[in-house]
Design a protein around this ligand. Structure first.
Ligand code: ZN
Length: 306
C-alpha cells in the first residue's frame, strides 16, 4: 500500500499555528465547567438530583473538548455519536386502538398481491382487557425515542388517533416504501392459547404475484429479522416462541399484506402471547416494554450499521 498524500492536511497545519492561545483557553475550560457543575450539584439547595444528572452530561463535554491539536483525532465526530444519521426507519404499530369503533371500514377488502384481505383488524388483548393496539403503540413510541437518539429519522404508520382507524395493511406498506425506509418493522403481540409462550419475528416469503414482489427484499429482511430476533432475546431474556418457528424465533409468511407489498427491508415481531398469563404479565409491564423496545432498537441499529 502506498501513501502519497501530505503528512497533515493544510487546515490542520493552520490550526496548529494558532494553537498556543487556544490551548491555554481550552485547558481552563474544563476546570471552570467542573466548578460550575459542582456548584449546580452541591451549592444549589434542593437541586442536587436534577443537577447531578445534568452534570454527567456536562462533565462529558470538557473531556471530549480538544485541548491540543494532537487530540483532534480523539474527538468523537457527530456521526459517531449519532450513527443512524441519514437513516430512515418506519415503525408500524400493529392495529389501531380505534379500530373496534370502525368495523365496517377495517373490514373492507384490500388487494395484498396474493389475495384479498381485510383492510385491518382489531388485534387481540390480554384476558384482563389490555389491547394489543395499546401495546404496539406504546412499544412504538419507546422504540422511536431510542432510534431518534441514535440519529435516525423515524416515521410511524399511525399514531393512535391519527388516523382514527387503520390505516389499511396496504397503506402501512406504502408508507415504508414512500419513505424509502432503510428498515421497517411492524410491532405486534400474538393471541394464541394459554401455554403458548415466547416471541417470534416474521420474515417475508419470496412472493411474486400481482402487486406483490418481495424477491428484492427477502434477503435483506432476513438479515434485519435475524438481528432483531437475537437482540430481542438478549435484552428481554424472553425465549423464542414454543409454538411456531421450531424454536428459532423466526417464521416466514406469504399471507401478510404489510410484508407482501413492501419494497424495503421489513419484518414483523410478535413480542409475546397476550393470551398466556405469564407472557401477559410481561407485556403489561412498562419496564418490560422498555426492554422490548431496546432489544428491537439494538437489532435495527446492528442491521443498519452492517
Ligand atoms: Zn397483531
Amino acid at each position: 500500500m502506498s501513501y502519497s498524500g501530505p503528512e497533515f492536511d493544510p487546515s490542520r497545519q493552520r490550526r496548529f499555528r494558532r494553537a498556543p492561545l487556544a490551548v491555554g483557553l481550552a485547558a481552563l475550560v474544563p476546570g471552570a465547567l467542573l466548578g460550575w457543575v459542582v456548584y449546580e450539584g452541591v451549592g444549589k439547595p434542593g437541586g442536587s438530583a436534577r443537577a447531578s444528572a445534568a452534570g454527567q452530561a456536562r462533565t462529558g463535554t470538557p473531556k471530549s473538548a480538544p485541548v491540543s491539536p494532537g487530540d483532534d483525532a480523539k474527538v468523537p465526530s457527530p456521526d459517531a455519536a449519532r450513527p443512524l444519521q441519514g437513516k430512515v426507519v418506519v415503525i408500524d404499530p400493529g392495529h389501531n386502538p380505534g379500530n373496534f369503533r370502525h368495523t365496517s371500514e377495517i373490514n373492507q377488502k384490500v388487494n395484498i398481491g396474493t389475495n384479498f384481505k381485510e383492510c385491518d383488524t382489531t388485534g387481540t388483548s390480554t384476558n384482563a382487557g389490555y389491547s394489543e393496539a395499546r401495546f404496539t403503540l406504546d412499544v412504538a413510541h419507546r422504540l422511536r425515542t431510542l432510534l431518534e437518539r441514535q440519529g435516525a429519522t423515524v416515521k410511524l404508520t399511525h399514531d393512535g388517533d391519527q388516523p382514527a382507524w387503520g390505516p389499511c395493511v396496504t397503506r402501512r406498506a406504502e408508507i415504508g416504501n414512500a419513505a424509502h425506509a432503510d428498515a421497517a418493522i411492524s410491532i405486534h403481540a400474538d393471541g394464541a392459547p394459554e401455554g403458548d409462550r415466547g416471541f417470534h419475528v416474521i420474515l417475508p416469503a419470496s412472493v411474486h404475484s400481482g402487486a406483490a414482489d418481495t424477491r428484492p427484499i427477502v434477503a435483506s429482511s432476513r438479515a434485519l429479522g435475524e438481528r432483531v430476533e437475537r437482540d430481542f432475546a438478549k435484552v428481554t431474556g424472553s425465549a423464542p416462541a414454543n409454538y411456531v418457528g421450531g424454536g428459532t424465533g423466526l417464521d416466514v409468511r406469504k399471507d401478510l399484506g404489510g410484508l407482501n407489498l413492501s419494497t424495503v427491508p421489513k419484518v414483523f415481531i410478535e413480542c409475546g402471547n397476550m393470551r398466556d398469563s405469564s407472557d401477559a404479565a410481561l407485556l403489561t409491564s412498562g419496564a418490560w416494554r422498555q426492554k422490548a423496545a431496546q432489544g428491537i432498537s439494538e437489532g435495527i441499529v446492528g442491521f443498519l450499521r452492517g
